[in-house]
Design a binder for this molecule. Structure first.
Ligand SMILES: Cc1ncc(COP(=O)(O)O)c(C=O)c1O
Ligand SMILES: N[C@@H](CCOP(=O)(O)O)C(=O)O
Length: 482
């Protein structure tokens, strides 16, 4: 499989393969990599996939996108990654071997696709554990090393650090928004004492951190000299790995491939739902993709109005679903590339506006009408909605959900009428409640359960550098340590 950039210039070689873009992260023209076409999955193949284990399914799907790693090696990487021992935080009643079980709230109608059973209790582990193993494999083959620069609003950071800690040839420099994550999220990251992990808290929001990651990646000389890589969902490998659980969720929720399913996805950087969009483009029978935002509702605004209006830091709220406090969604560029008929010139034009801090408006273009072809609908949720949803799900079903999943459930219930009758609706569970204990206490008056292996985490000593959101200072910090 060859890859192209959303902005038209994929670099050297002109059509790179998977291992190059795994290490490359952002394309040299500032765009994002996508496969030159999406593999189409026919009925026969879908039927054959229905009975596969998670690791087998991951291999089947990823081998469509990764054609430059020998099949036996890729299979071994998938087998090593997707085990019950890695995804060990399953809840009572779950089958640990499922990796991403479905917990039905209303049988066959409304369910949670559990994606948070990994080491850091958020859906990021689903892809990040694979990335850790892929990096290790490719770097060893090439005799190279990598310095990862990442941005987190709370979950990508810890998932990346847990996946990369102690890995040969890999260092992680992770930017987080100072004082804006939950106490548990901070403890997960800042308590790591590994020599290859560096935490930097920037005095800004996630978007400021993500801007720095992109600016450093666009400094081609610095990137080449210091071998800078990415683990955010700007890295195609993250999105590719996330496609797998849409297929797995579909098979769990249906009995035959004649049926459809709908997904509701709590969204921020548009990485998770972008994977759902691609699964649908590959032929997965998805009736609707419901996008849920919190108060930072830039994406909801676009799907309702056709206007994409990224907000500045001062206009971005700090909310009780902090990992979704994002006002400039990286992966939205991948979706718009498909929406505008994969025209890189148009995408470059639109993102020239975004990069200059201006909105773009598609309402008067033929693409606005095409939005319906992609089956998206959207809604948003507030702090009050979140509390009410956490309470009602706990009281009605005895299931405790985190604040981000609550945003998803709120919007899923509100837009259930958009889903054709008889089609199961799965809300993607993106984190576990223990990561957001403050809000759970506010909603339920009790503490969430702390998994045995993470008890006492918040009392451990923490290690973090606080810095201004200044790309030059961060480059100096990296250069002095590599
Ligand atoms: C818990 C949680 N839910 C939802 C999201 C939003 O996902 P995405 O950024 O892929 O849209 C994130 C962060 O990205 C998250 O950490
Ligand atoms: N919500 C994320 C931020 C977006 O990260 P991405 O790596 O998925 O692009 C976080 O928790 O860090």
């Amino acid at each position: 499989m060859k890859y192209i950039s959303t902005r038209g210039h994929a670099g050297q070689p002109a059509n790179p393969e998977f291992c190059d873009i795994l290490l490359g992260g952002l394309a040299p023209d500032g765009g994002l990599y996508l496969p030159e076409s999406y593999p189409l999955i026919g009925r026969e193949e879908l039927d054959a996939w229905r009975s596969l284990s998670y690791a087998e399914l991951a291999f089947a799907i990823l081998s469509k996108f990764i054609t430059d790693i020998p099949a036996a090696d890729l299979k071994a990487i998938c087998d090593k990654t997707y085990t019950a021992a890695v995804y060990c935080h399953v809840r009572p009643g779950d089958n640990a071997a499922d990796i991403t079980p479905v917990r039905w709230l209303e049988d066959g109608k409304l369910g949670l696709l559990e994606l948070s059973n990994g080491p850091t209790l958020a859906f990021k582990d689903m892809a990040m554990q694979l990335l850790g193993n892929l990096f290790e494999y490719v770097l060893a083959k090439r005799g190279e090393s990598i310095n990862i620069l990442g941005a987190t609003s709370g979950d990508t950071g810890s998932a990346a650090e847990y996946a990369m800690r102690g890995k040969q040839g890999v260092r992680v420099f992770m930017l987080s928004p100072h004082g804006k994550m939950s106490a548990f999220q901070r403890a997960q990251m800042y308590s790591l004492q590994d020599d290859n992990i560096f935490n930097i808290a920037v005095t800004g929001m996630f978007d400021d951190a993500q801007d720095i990651v992109k600016a450093v990646s666009n400094d081609h000389a610095f990137k080449a000299k210091h071998r800078i890589g990415a683990v955010n969902s700007i890295n195609w490998a993250r999105v590719a790995a996330q496609i797998v659980y849409y297929f797995k969720g579909y098979f769990e929720a249906t009995k035959s491939n004649d049926e459809q399913v709908a997904f509701c996805v709590p969204s921020g950087n548009f990485g998770n739902i972008c994977a759902g969009h691609i699964a649908r483009q590959m032929g997965l029978p998805v009736a609707k993709l419901i996008l849920a935002t919190n108060e930072n509702n830039v994406l909801d605004e676009f799907f309702r109005t056709g206007v994409y209006r990224p907000r500045k830091t001062a206009e971005t709220s700090v909310t009780s679903s902090p990992s979704m406090d994002i006002s400039k969604a990286s992966n939205f560029e991948r979706f718009v590339f498909d929406l505008v008929g994969r025209d890189p010139k148009k995408v470059a034009e639109l993102w020239a506006e975004v990069d200059a801090g201006r909105p773009f408006d598609l309402t008067t273009t033929p693409w606005f009408a095409r939005l319906d072809d992609f089956a998206f609908v959207s809604g948003s949720s507030s702090h009050a909605d979140r509390l009410e949803t956490i309470r009602s799900i706990y009281e009605t079903y005895g299931v405790m959900i985190d604040t981000h999943t609550a945003d998803g459930v709120k919007v899923a219930r509100e837009l259930a009428a958009e889903v054709p009758a008889g089609v199961p609706l799965l809300v993607l569970e993106t984190a576990l409640p223990v990561k957001f204990a403050e809000t759970i206490r506010e909603a339920l008056g009790r503490d969430p359960e702390v998994p045995a292996d993470l008890q006492g985490l918040e009392t451990l000593p923490q290690r973090v550098e606080v810095m201004a959101p200044d790309g030059e200072q961060i480059k100096r910090f990296i250069a002095e340590r590599v």
